[in-house]
Design a protein around this ligand. Structure first.
Ligand code: HEC
Length: 132
């Protein structure tokens, strides 16, 4: 039954139109699509998630603060601040606010990769996190 509902709602909501966006991730993906990205891949997002960047002999990854398992809580590597799990399956409050996602993707990509993520990368990462 659940599956039928999902299929029905996917069929009813044309993804190209932001007016029909059902949540923050859809809204962002729609924006990225309208800027020219054709398709997103959770697999590519997963690879990025584990990609290593070396800065001053330190290895930086998304996992540095969020851990290898998105269902676990994390810890800010510098401030020690507790970070709630990113996976929506264990933390339903995740990925709800466009503004919050934008702000943190910008900051975290810069901190981790020393540059902002492209819209392709942001979409891939969001799909990956959403699938967890
Ligand atoms: C230096 C520590 C640190 C690193 C490294 C880090 N993050 Fe984060 N991240 C945070 C903190 C702190 C927050 C904000 C607090 C929160 O939302 O719990 C956050 C929040 C987020 C959010 C917002 C989630 C939501 O519910 O809106 C996303 C998405 C995210 N991070 C993705 C990433 C990605 C992708 C990477 C790798 C490019 C990354 N993070 C690397 C510390 C980090």
């Amino acid at each position: 039954m659940k599956k039928y509902l999902m299929i029905a709602s996917i069929a009813l909501l044309p993804h190209s139109s932001p007016i029909y966006a059902t949540n923050a991730v859809d809204e962002l993906l729609n924006q990225y699509r309208s800027q020219g990205v054709e398709a997103f891949s959770a697999k590519a997002g997963q690879i990025l998630w584990h990609q290593k960047f070396t800065k001053k002999d330190n290895i930086r990854q998304c996992t540095t603060c969020h851990t290898d398992n998105l269902r676990n809580s994390g810890k800010h590597v510098r401030t020690g601040k507790f970070i709630q799990p990113l996976a929506p399956s264990v933390n339903p409050k995740r990925l709800m606010k466009v503004k919050h996602i934008r702000k943190w993707l910008k900051r975290n990509c810069k901190w981790t990769f020393n540059r902002e993520c492209t819209i392709q990368e942001k979409g891939d990462i969001l799909l990956y996190i959403q699938s967890q």
